[in-house]
Ligand binder design. Structure first.
Ligand code: ARG
Length: 462
């Protein structure tokens, strides 16, 4: 209750301490400090240029703001809870530093357009950071795909072995998914990159302001057309959280794959020591904690999205204090998503596939469909071919009592089941041949994959 409030004119008693504590946002919105100062400098410049305040006052204000910026960067600035939020902390410090003239900064502006301007500047920067991080992840996937064109593995549906694919095909699938995540962020950036400042509290400003000038100064591409919308809407920010949620879902899904592949039972991949952790009591363990935490942190980001959706759903036009609650979910989602993308990038870079194990799992009866299709190509109806190959499987596993793999069959044995079988039937009994038979566009044949790699090489700065 110690500080005199900037808005305290009409009040005859100080604010209740509980209310100060309950309504403050400085404990988290100081994250916006440098963006707030940037917005204020542009605003002051515009006020001076338009003659709304004397040029020399504008200069003094800008100088003062720059000093405050330096103090914040050096960690010397004293944040005060009694001053509620980042905007009032900075403005009060300015007035203390340069005197009453500092009070002219808030001419033609309200905290309602001020706060969302700083927030949009912040989110523009962070969205660009996220887009850049996804680019690094895409690069890591592309490089891993190039390394793994000649490794074959079983692909799964229902987590049952389905058909052999080249491992590169898997990495390229995630590259596609993260690429769409990145596109969504780029698309949203156009809607974040809009200037609300100059909307006042809600209805516009009764001074001859120049919003185009402020937009240019701050690097916004667009000036928001409607002052109610500019101060009250948060849909573009919800869209960011929605994009973050989808991206987290993709990261989580890939984490799950790699956790399974890293298990002793699968032993398809080895994770680098430096990205795993040990157990305090079980010396044999090497835990995929980074992947588990990416999977686990998805909940926070979904929660952030639902929080903001819920905050806006019953808000009457225009600004309501509820909107102060928009910041923490976004800060949390930004931090969580960035960490998760970096974590996945490191994992992909350091991941070592265990070729023998993948290859072994890709062979055997996973090749049965292709043997049936061989007969179909020779003119046998598919139903009949299915039956013939079924008998071969039964023969190898039961009749021979040796539990033989499909690859062990000889031409003589095949001929007993159908005289359509020739020498070339044995050639298709390899997971590589089976994979390469899927030569349709988007399929897993080697030349399809090499084409996909070429496609991405032209689009990713490696
Ligand atoms: N800290 C507030 C927020 O985050 C600033 C806007 C306050 N405006 C007001 N009319 N009380 O939304």
């Amino acid at each position: 209750m110690s500080e005199k409030k900037l808005w305290g004119g009409r009040f005859s008693e100080g604010t209740d301490e509980f209310v100060e504590e309950f309504t403050e946002s400085i404990s988290f919105d100081k994250e916006l400090a440098l963006y707030d100062i940037k917005g204020s400098i542009a605003h002051a410049k515009m006020l001076g240029k338009q003659g709304i305040i004397p040029e020399k006052d504008a200069e003094k204000i800008i100088e003062g703001l720059k000093e405050i910026e330096k103090e914040i960067k050096e960690g010397k600035f004293q944040w005060k809870k009694e001053l509620e939020d980042v905007h009032m902390n900075i403005e009060k410090a300015l007035i203390e530093k340069i005197g009453d003239v500092g009070g002219k900064l808030h001419t033609g502006r309200s905290r309602n357009d001020q706060v969302i301007t700083a927030f949009r500047l912040y989110l523009k920067t962070e969205t660009q950071n996220i887009i850049n991080l996804i680019e690094e992840l895409k690069k890591a996937l592309l490089e891993k795909a190039e390394e793994t064109v000649d490794i074959v593995m079983p692909a799964y549906t229902h987590l049952q072995r389905a058909q052999p694919i080249r491992l590169a095909h898997y990495f390229l699938a995630y590259l596609e998914m993260y690429n769409r995540d990145q596109e969504r962020f780029k698309d949203n950036l156009g809607r974040i990159d809009q200037l609300p400042l100059g909307s006042g509290a809600l209805a516009g400003v009764d001074f001859p302001i120049d919003r185009e000038f402020v937009a240019k100064e701050l690097g916004f591409s667009f000036v928001m057309r409607n002052s109610l919308d500019a101060t009250a809407s948060r849909d573009s920010i919800i869209e960011f959280l929605s994009n973050a949620s989808i991206c987290m879902a993709n990261l989580s899904r890939q984490s799950e794959d790699l956790i399974i592949w890293n298990s002793t039972e699968f032993s398809f991949v080895e994770l680098p020591d430096k990205l795993t952790t040990g157990s305090s009591i079980m010396p044999q363990k090497k835990n995929p904690d980074v992947l588990e935490l990416i999977r686990g942190k998805v909940g926070r980001v979904y929660g952030d999205l639902v929080a903001l959706l819920t905050i806006v759903k019953g808000l009457p036009m225009a600004y309501n204090r509820d909107l102060q609650e928009d910041k923490e979910p976004v800060f949390d989602a930004v931090k969580t998503l960035k960490g998760s993308i970096i974590g996945m990038t490191k994992i992909i870079e350091g991941l070592k596939p265990i070729k023998e194990n993948m290859e072994k799992a890709a062979g055997g009866f996973a090749l049965a469909t292709d043997l049936a299709n061989y007969l179909v190509r020779k003119g046998m109806p598919f139903r009949q071919a299915h039956h013939v190959v079924g008998s071969i499987v039964g023969y190898l596993t039961k009749e021979t009592k040796e539990n033989r793999e499909l690859e062990s069959i000889t031409l003589e044995e095949l001929k007993k089941f159908s005289d359509l079988f020739d020498e070339d039937a044995l050639e298709i009994l390899s997971p590589y041949a089976v994979a390469d038979a899927r030569n349709s566009f988007g399929g897993t044949a080697k030349n399809q994959i090499l084409e996909q790699i070429e496609y991405w090489k032209k689009r990713i700065n490696v």
